[in-house]
Design a protein around this ligand. Structure first.
Ligand code: FOL
Length: 228
């Protein structure tokens, strides 16, 4: 059921795990990464039909948008998304807040507001059963640090899609787990690039890639970690 849906964290972080600064991202728009974020969080996987052929009905159901992925975020991350981009197109939103919806800045009615991830997924499950929301494809946790930490405590959190940003921007918010420091103690394992591509459903540039930004370039790397 929805409450047991595997969760994937998606994050961009510096080598010191910096993810945020003054309520926003630490860096100017990284077009390659933001486009990757948008494509990956929108793409709904086809159900795999073991040992058989995919029925045209199932293909049709997914191509025609019968399911939508879910993005789960904290209230501060909701606030950080430029109003012209939120709610994010073609995705179902769960916003986590300790405050009641009535006490927050107006949030659209089709955005689920909940006090934690599990109750948000339960609320969405009710809406789906009432025919008020589309069935879920994948679920992505999109931050910030408080919500990443909560998600990491859930056993249903299976993957982390990390974009490493190889420049030390000044940050005041950090991803709560060290990744890519090769010690055997981490419960998170970097998986092969081919597995990243298989998961996201598209070809992804491998290794360190350059992102042009005004008056220079910065290096990025797209990685997938899985729980051991
Ligand atoms: N993960 C990664 N890899 N990079 C990020 O920048 C990122 N950002 C957040 C969470 N996970 C991330 C949270 N912050 C938008 C803005 C801020 C944001 C997340 C999303 C946003 O406006 N997204 C639009 C695309 C806008 C554009 O193309 O310029 C979207 O449709 O997803």
């Amino acid at each position: 059921s929805l409450t047991q849906l595997p969760l994937t964290l998606i994050v961009a972080a510096t080598t010191k795990n910096g993810i945020g600064k003054s309520g926003g991202l630490p860096w100017p728009m990284l077009k390659k990464d933001m486009a990757y974020f948008a494509r990956v969080t929108k793409r709904v996987p086809m159900p795999t039909n073991t040992g058989s052929v995919q029925s045209d009905a199932l293909k049709e159901a997914n191509l025609s948008g019968i399911r939508r992925n879910v993005v789960i975020m904290g209230r501060k991350t909701w606030d950080s998304i430029p109003p012209k981009f939120r709610p994010l197109k073609d995705r179902t939103h769960i916003v986590i807040s300790t405050q009641d919806r009535s006490k927050l800045q107006p949030i659209p009615d089709d955005v689920v507001v909940a006090s934690d991830i599990s109750s948000g997924l339960r609320s969405l499950e009710v809406l789906v059963k009432e025919g008020k929301a589309l069935p879920a494809g994948r679920a992505f946790v999109i931050g910030g640090s408080t919500i990443y930490r909560s998600a990491l405590d859930l056993s249903q959190t299976k993957r982390i899609l990390l974009t490493r940003v190889f420049k030390e921007y000044d940050c005041d918010t950090f991803f709560p787990v060290g990744l890519g420091t090769p010690n055997g103690l981490s419960e998170w394992k970097l998986v092969a690039h081919s597995e990243l591509e298989q998961f996201v459903g598209e070809a992804v540039e491998e290794g360190i890639v350059s992102q042009d930004i005004d008056g220079g370039s910065i290096d990025l790397e797209f990685e997938l970690y899985e729980r051991k």
